[in-house]
Design a protein around this ligand. Structure first.
Ligand code: ATP
Length: 509
């Protein structure tokens, strides 16, 4: 996988992600999506929406406001409990999330495990059985046990809000500040992550509001509105995508952890007692969605939570292998009836469903799938970026984005800027642009234009040459194999549709 610094600089150089307000030296952990990034992000969002809403007759989508009545956040538990444990290093004055310091410590042990696995794979060759090796090799088993013990203790201390024990764990593990190398830590404190703001013109009458820290609550407060107006029958889901805001203690690692980010969430309402079944089903369905993009089964794993949030009776993350290790990409949570019951209590309004089959009223249970759009962007982008050495020894940088997500699907390139080739190329652009995101490029030698499209992740290049004028064919170049084939202009539309239509990607998921 490509070096992380290279990923960040490629994202900027090729118009995917810019630091926010860069002319003022940027704003910490806030980023803007540029021309190609906005298109990639939209394509990821569409891919999710199609899979979740369009392909499920019992899931509908909404778009709730970012501002919500402030009582929402009392009911949801965010005012009291949306905290992260924070710790300061007294020498460097740097602030850290105490749980992340411990998790990073474990990630380092994990790297050791990976090294052992790689060594053994080399030694045993074809006959290597990874699962058997990791479950029997004493060194690997020892490392894994150490990780398990540490994470279990961290989970339990956080659950009990025993912050003194979190500090004790950091001290016992001799974790040092990555900046100063010092182990001179403050006590661990809780820090609320919600951003406050005010609504109203005059200071006296202004109302204190929060920027939503998750999109889910916009779904819960609308549960009955949607159920009634959509005549929805349980089980059914409500989906939405939108911005969320968290005053993260430490926002590092580019767009992995931002203070303003976008979520794609779906709340699935089920009869009480059936939540475990649905939880398992959604875990499986969501993993299939990820695998449909072809980014390698080995790059995903489930992580079942030890520490459950106040609302959950089961929770798991789908983790992805980012350039800095396996990290959470998506959460699947069995949220019980906590949210709806709590909104009932705080609002005094009933949020119940009459189940004609059971012939009773109840507050439904909820299974949630929640994925960060920006994190999905980073997963895709970092996986896709490769440096390749070609047969002739030259190097190319290629962004092997799943073609269905690529910002530009086809670039049309006239071989030269004369002899009527640009006219025919424009004609092709004009006919394909109704179905695909197409670009046109006539600057520089064609080889350099191919390289530029490779770096932008464009899966196909169409080159118009003199032969095209005579027989109405063009060359079609594949980004990944770099193979070129001659194809009739009249067949382009059908060819591209077969490769790029969401249908062919999603049908097995
Ligand atoms: P973490 O443990 O990384 O802080 P979380 O468990 O608090 O994340 P959830 O509240 O479950 O995250 O949010 C669901 C999804 O939203 C996460 O899986 C992640 O993809 C995304 N997400 C959460 N916080 C951020 C952030 N600060 N920046 C970008 N994406 C985020």
């Amino acid at each position: 996988m490509t070096d992380f610094k290279k990923i960040i600089s490629h994202a900027k150089e090729y118009g995917f992600v810019f630091p926010s307000s860069e002319i003022y030296d940027g704003l910490s952990a806030v980023y803007d999506y540029a021309q190609n990034g906005a298109a990639l992000k939209k394509n990821i969002r569409d891919y999710w929406w199609k899979a979740m809403v369009q392909l499920h007759s019992n899931i509908v989508g909404i778009d709730a406001a970012i501002f919500m009545h402030p009582t929402t956040w009392k009911a949801s538990g965010h005012v009291d409990a949306f905290n992260d444990p924070l710790i300061d290093n007294k020498d460097s004055k740097k602030r850290y999330r105490a749980d992340v310091l411990v998790e990073d410590y474990c990630a380092k042990i994990e790297v050791k495990i990976e090294k052992e696995v790689k060594k053994a794979a080399k030694r045993f060759g074809e006959s290597f059985d990874k699962a058997q090796f990791t479950s029997t090799n004493p060194r690997v088993v020892g490392y894994q046990e150490k990780i398990d013990v540490i994470l279990k203790r961290l989970g339990q201390s956080l659950e009990k809000e025993d912050l003194a024990d979190v500090k004790a764990l950091i001290e016992e593990l001799e974790i040092a500040c990555p900046e100063s190398g010092s182990r001179n830590w403050t006590d661990v404190k809780q820090f609320n992550l919600m951003f406050g703001t005010k609504l109203g013109a005059s200071a006296e009458s202004a109302m204190d509001l929060y920027l939503r820290p998750e999109t889910a609550q916009g779904i819960f407060v609308n549960f009955l509105n949607v159920q009634k107006t959509g005549r929805m029958k349980i089980p059914f889901g409500i989906a939405q995508t939108g911005k969320a805001f968290r005053n993260e203690i430490v926002a590092r690692q580019f767009i992995f952890r931002m203070r303003e980010f976008e979520q794609m969430e779906m709340q699935f309402f089920v009869p009480p007692g059936t939540q475990k079944e649905w939880y398992e089903k959604w875990k499986e369905t969501r993993l299939k969605w990820h695998l449909s993009l072809g980014m390698g089964e080995d790059n995903y794993r489930f992580h079942d939570h030890e520490k459950l949030a106040h609302y959950a009776d089961a929770a798991a993350d789908i983790e992805f292998k980012f350039p800095f290790g396996f990290k959470e990409l998506e959460g699947i949570h069995s949220r019980t009836d906590f949210d709806l019951s709590s909104h009932e209590e705080f609002s005094g309004k009933k949020l119940q469903y009459f189940d004609p089959e059971r012939n009773e009223n109840y507050v439904p249970y909820v299974v949630e799938t929640s994925i960060g759009l920006d994190r999905m962007f980073l997963a895709t982008f970092s996986w896709a970026l490769r440096e390749e050495t070609l047969e002739d020894g030259s190097q190319r940088t290629v962004l092997k984005l799943p073609a269905v997500l690529a910002p530009t699907k086809v670039a049309v390139l006239p071989l030269v800027k004369k002899d009527g080739l640009p006219d025919l190329a424009h004609e092709i652009v004009n006919s394909l642009k109704w179905e695909q995101a197409v670009s046109y490029d006539e600057k520089d030698a064609v080889g350099r234009r191919y390289r530029r499209q490779d770096a932008l992740g464009t899966p196909y290049c169409i080159t118009v040459d003199h032969q095209s004028l005579e027989d109405k064919t063009v060359t079609l170049r594949d980004r990944d194999s770099m193979e070129q084939e001659r194809i009739a202009i009249a067949d382009l539309s059908a060819y591209l549709d077969a490769k790029l239509n969401v249908k062919y990607w999603l049908k097995n998921s």
